[in-house]
Design a protein around this ligand. Structure first.
Ligand code: PSU
Ligand code: MN
Length: 310
């Protein structure tokens, strides 16, 4: 079995390995959204919709996770399946990778661990729903996604930061860290379930080809940070920003009262958000995950085409 081993503990799935070697378009996907971010069976639907959107664009999905002591880039369907069982996989950010490899079992990678692995596997484009950010509340909590985005080259399609963080503080931190924000057809920072925050963006692209050109420039310049391509949720499914804000605040209050902190905070808040919005946040979350995967597929195709002709 020809599987690519790019380091002792990073294994590429067979199909992904062939695609990387032949410079065909691949999109890396995180598994924390499957293991912790969405309930069952929405997480099963998420896998089908994201993978379908990427293949539909002409690219290959590469799910990233820790399995049996290795970081795997490009899980097989059978390997991915147990991640959909509630409570089965641990949440793994970059700092958790060594311990997760030693412990064995299943590790569902967040954005920080996923882009770390993607870069080492030679894959430039990834997709998620919303990135972590700077939380409100009385305890300082900043997602490890932010610093990782600042030291990993590539492009990540997202719908801005998740609606459970402060968008302005998150944007300020990203500026400080040297992470480029590109609005995709928008001039304001998308805010996950809500189409836009009030944060103005300074850069905008309107086509996958222009996003791919920006990625090429970032690589040529060796800026070493991830370009965040911020794709707003579809107008038809976007939730009212005031309603999302109110639901997020109620969720934060519940987290404070119950003393939820650390890595449990984001999954807890997402669950509350689903309850507080009568499940509508889940429908919107699935839709934006699928749309971001499709756009990432388009960018990966444009990037691979540019690389071959240039
Ligand atoms: N996008 C979603 N749902 C999620 C996530 C992203 O639509 O659950 C996950 C990603 O893995 C992201 C993580 O990296 O949430 C952030 O967690 P934290 O705030 O604990 O860093
Ligand atoms: Mn945190």
């Amino acid at each position: 079995m020809a599987v690519g081993v790019v380091s002792v503990r990073i294994r590429l799935g067979e199909e992904v390995d062939r695609a990387v070697v032949t410079a065909r378009p691949v999109v890396c996907l995180e598994t924390s959204v499957i293991g912790q971010g969405l309930p069952h069976p929405d997480n099963v639907e998420c896998i089908e919709r994201m993978a379908g959107a990427i293949r539909g664009a002409g690219a290959l999905p590469a799910w990233v996770a820790v399995v049996g002591g290795e970081v795997v880039v490009g899980l097989s369907e059978a390997e991915l399946d147990p991640f959909t069982e509630p409570g089965r996989a641990d949440k793994v950010a970059r700092r958790d990778l060594p311990a997760a490899c030693v412990r064995g079992g299943l590790g569902a990678t967040t954005v920080s661990a996923t882009i770390w692995a993607a870069a080492r596997a030679g894959i430039a484009v990834s997709a998620t729903g919303g990135i972590g950010g700077v939380h409100r509340g009385s305890h300082p909590d900043v997602s490890a996604d932010l610093v990782e985005l600042s030291r990993t080259p590539g492009l990540l399609v997202c719908s801005g930061p998740k609606s459970i963080v402060d968008p302005l503080l998150t944007a300020e931190r990203l500026e400080e860290l040297g992470v480029s924000l590109l609005g995709y057809g928008v001039d304001r920072l998308p805010f996950f379930l809500a189409r836009e925050s009030t944060v103005l963006l300074e850069h905008r692209v309107d086509t996958p080809a222009d996003a791919a050109a920006a990625l090429e420039a970032a690589i040529a310049l060796d800026t070493r940070s991830t370009l965040l391509l911020c794709n707003p949720i579809d107008v038809a499914l976007a939730m009212d920003p005031v309603e999302v804000e109110a639901a997020a605040r109620r969720s934060e209050d519940r987290a404070e009262r119950e003393g939820i902190r650390g890595r449990d905070l984001t999954p807890f808040l997402l669950t509350c958000l689903g309850e507080e919005t009568g499940g509508r946040s889940l429908e919107a979350n699935l839709a934006l995950l699928e749309a971001n995967a499709g756009l990432a597929g388009d960018v990966a195709v444009a990037f691979a085409t540019g690389a071959r002709s240039g």
